[in-house]
Design a protein. Structure first.
Length: 230
């Protein structure tokens, strides 16, 4: 799926950055011998091929496959609703996911996420890490991206880094071209676009401090918010 030059670069990145093993869990569907209406998933075999190539680049990467139709209980338990969904399991404390078949800039962002999950550490500031340690509410962060967007990896990695640091965070990066219905639901007319807890909508790439400020405001209880305006 990638050229030999790109493959060599990716292999070197993984060799340099990976500390502990990381499991890539792919929720997809088995190849069907016949056409079944409603089960079309052109991205599914592509996602599997990309991950198989990726896993072949490092002994510290493992691939686990689950069929969402025969293993529906497991998918529901993990909160997986769409395919293909890739979950990253390493030393991250929260959930890290990618929805779609990563390509282009999305693939580079995925490599960064795998690296962070492997080490269990991030470049987030100390204030952000302290806030995440004290976080008492759940955050579901969904970042919409496209393979050709040069600004999307910044938001993708930032969301994923929050999930590395906190078990309260679920961070999903969604390929908007693979899930047009989701893009329409959340009125994604440009990327990156970030949706938090289905309540907060953020346009464009943001600095860490600006995103955290928005998240902190979102989580302020209404009573405290009213007291602050009195």
């Amino acid at each position: 799926m990638v050229s030999s030059v790109v493959r060599d670069k990716m292999k070197q990145i993984l060799e340099d950055r990976l500390a502990d093993e990381v499991k890539l869990v792919l929720f997809s569907q088995k190849e069907l011998p016949i056409y079944v209406p409603g089960r079309e998933c052109p991205q599914c075999p592509v996602a599997r091929k990309v991950l198989e190539e990726l896993v072949g680049m490092s002994p510290k990467l493992q691939l686990e496959f689950h069929d969402i139709y025969s293993e529906g209980d497991l998918a529901r338990e993990r909160g997986v609703e769409r395919i293909p969904t890739i979950e990253i399991e390493g030393r991250n404390r929260g959930r890290m996911r990618f929805l779609g078949a990563p390509a282009g800039h999305e693939l580079s962002a995925l490599l960064d996420a795998i690296s962070d999950a492997s080490t269990g550490s991030t470049s987030l500031g100390n204030d952000t890490k302290q806030w995440l340690q004290e976080l008492g509410s759940s955050l579901h962060i969904r970042v919409f991206s496209t393979p050709t967007c040069p600004y999307c990896p910044q938001m993708a990695r930032l969301a994923w880094q929050l999930a590395v640091e906190s078990p309260q965070v679920t961070a999903e990066v969604v390929d908007a071209t693979a899930f047009p219905d989701l893009a329409q639901r959340y009125m994604v007319y440009g990327v990156p676009k970030t949706i938090v807890n289905d309540r907060l909508s953020l346009e464009g790439a943001m600095a860490e401090a600006d995103l955290v400020a928005q998240l902190r405001t979102l989580l302020v209880p209404p009573s405290e918010d009213r007291r602050g305006t009195e």
